[in-house]
Design a protein around this ligand. Structure first.
Ligand SMILES: NC(=O)c1ccc[n+]([C@@H]2O[C@H](COP(=O)([O-])OP(=O)(O)OC[C@H]3O[C@@H](n4cnc5c(N)ncnc54)[C@H](OP(=O)(O)O)[C@@H]3O)[C@@H](O)[C@H]2O)c1
Length: 285
């Protein structure tokens, strides 16, 4: 039977190890703070006293810690044990850091697959969990049964940075959306509108986004911003009102002003009549 080692037992590492135990896999765990393994050990997980011992015990090792510098430090501590072993990084970080961990594992003589967990701990072990993978297809195929016990999985390609690229882009969308919602609630509350009163209408706004995303994505992919349905100039006027409303409500408008800079730069380049997709070009440093 496959033995899986899990390095890192924060909320997500505990969920991963728990799902593996539920699926009947022999599971070995290690964490910097040993007490976090207590509940898993009570359920049958084996404890490894060092990263090297954990890697040596597993046919495959999942690493789920706070960031890739810590992933690298843990794998460096495992040292020789990594040789001829498969390491699966499930830690969220930049594409370059994922590629650099892949190189470290190769230097230690192991094989590396990078993964990005796209859903919260509560989903792990169910089909609604999603993990994106990138790196050698054979490592992904060999351990498909392990990954299937954790989530619905997608392999994105051989480039070690590809799962992290999706992860960063999707988290960018997620956090800027959360930021926008928090800001909207602040402005609404300052004007006597309760969050619960705004919420159904916020759902309406979220509902109109998918077709807009489709159109913008298609236009950017084909670099075609004419035949306009929503011109850049209309965003400029709307942003002016939003920034004024924020100011009157006593709410910071830094994020809106950053977007306004891109819109103004696009208009200044004579692109005010183009589709809003054109604004993306002004964001490149
Ligand atoms: N939580 C979620 O819902 C969720 C969802 C999707 C993706 N993720 C990703 O999963 C990863 C883990 O997240 P998390 O929520 O479990 O918690 P986290 O706070 O991001 O990471 C906690 C883990 O990192 C370890 N750690 C931190 N610094 C360390 C160091 N210097 N040396 C060794 N270990 C160190 C902690 O060990 P100690 O216990 O000793 O402090 C603990 O095991 C992150 O990349 C996160 O983005 C999480």
């Amino acid at each position: 039977m496959t033995t899986i080692s899990v390095l890192g037992l924060g909320p997500m590492g505990q969920a991963l190890a728990g799902a593996l135990l539920d699926a009947g896999f022999r599971t070995t765990v290690w964490n910097r703070t040993p007490a976090k393994a207590d509940a898993l050990r009570a359920r049958g997980a084996a404890w490894a006293s060092s990263p090297g011992e954990a890697v040596a015990a597993g046919d495959i090792t999942l690493v789920n810690v706070v960031d890739h510098p810590v992933v690298d430090a843990v794998l460096e501590a495992a040292g020789q044990a990594v040789a001829d072993h498969s390491i699966v990084g499930l830690t969220s970080d930049t594409p370059d850091n994922a590629r650099s961990t892949a190189k470290l594992v190769a230097d230690l003589g192991g094989g590396y697959l990078d993964g990005a967990i796209m859903t919260p701990t509560s989903t792990i072990g169910t089909p609604s969990a999603s993990i994106l993978f990138a790196g050698p297809r054979d490592i992904f195929d060999t351990h498909r049964d392990v990954f299937a016990a954790l989530a619905t999985t997608t392999w994105l390609g051989e480039d070690y940075g590809r799962a992290a690229s999706y992860d960063m882009a999707l988290l960018d969308l997620f956090w800027t959306s959360v930021s926008g919602f928090l800001h909207a609630l602040n402005v609404a509350q300052a004007n006597g509108v309760k969050p619960s009163e705004l919420l159904p209408h916020a759902h309406g706004i979220v509902g109109i986004l998918p077709p807009i995303f489709e159109e913008v994505a298609e236009r950017i992919e084909h670099d075609r911003h004419d035949d306009t349905s929503a011109p850049v100039s209309s965003v400029a006027a709307s942003l002016r009102h939003l920034i004024a409303a924020s100011h009157q409500a006593g709410v910071d408008s830094g994020a809106l002003k950053a977007f306004q800079r891109y819109v103004d730069a696009t208009v200044a380049k004579g692109r005010g009549d183009d589709e809003i997709s054109r604004i993306a070009e002004a964001m490149s440093e």
